[in-house]
Design a protein. Sequence first.
Length: 345
Amino acid sequence: MAIFFTNRLIQTVLLVSLVSLSRAQSFKITVIDLYGNRRVPGAAIRAAIGLREGDSLNPQSFQKETILSRMRKIPGVTDAALSPVCCDDRENGLMIYAGISESASQVFTYRSTSSAALKVPVAIEKTYTAFSEAQANAIRNGNAGEDDSEGHALMKDSAARSLQLKFIGYADRYEDSLRIVLRQSALADQRAIAAAVIAYAADKRQVVPDLLGAIHDSAEDVRNNAARALAIMAGCRNFHPALIIPFEPFIDMIKSLVWTDRNKGCMVLLQQVMNDPAPAEISALKREAIPELAEMAAWKDRSHAGTAWFILGRIAGRPDKEVADAFHSDARDSYLSGMLAAVKK
């Protein structure tokens, strides 16, 4: 039960920018959730955002930087982030995730970039661009499911899948070139393409180090693509036992201010705890990640809350079916309180 639900989460959690969805005139905001606020009142953050669930949002009038400026002026806030995400699991509406930092120190750090304007081969770039459009169309049409059993994503949408199948050949033919672009290019869009495509290599073990390096890339899209690929690989350990995905980097990743870092880092950790983790790994989560997991598990959208929810269930030692049943029940809040009490003992 839990493993099936885990795979479904990875299939459906996709970030789509407002720009790529701008064909629609406006979007209904169905979820506004917060993270990172331990001391700063949530009401102050929501007031600074100036939007409410149920409001309609036009991409042309969405002033992200203005909202971030207001959030950063809240007493006790050192930095802020805002992520519009499509689409929620109930009404197919827009979700807004607003995060703050209350400390100047950053747990999750980014590596510096090169000055070399390296690019992936033209054929790869064209295919990836076409895939991004097909993926966005699939999400809009409610067809975002995928098969991850081979250690890489193949969407059920036929147009998107046909383009992903091309990535397999590209990854093997251009693996060295993709590796160089991912590590050395100054162009963030090219690094993001390289991160996505290199994950389709036949020998996943050879590209895991490249993807692990990329989760510390300075560009959000690169980190997102790399971590998502590693989450899929981690979920296939039963079929590919030689694949070793380390645990510790992703505990740091879920402490990031950036929502996609938390989202994808949590995906990797979920797959790790579902694959018989060592007691030391569970202890590390219990010691270092409970506040982050608790706030994510309480998010309204189930496809985003579920990763942290199931991790907490494993840490608390609860049966997977019981955890899954509670997650889909009306008693989510009380059950979450019980899990948190159990992990704090």
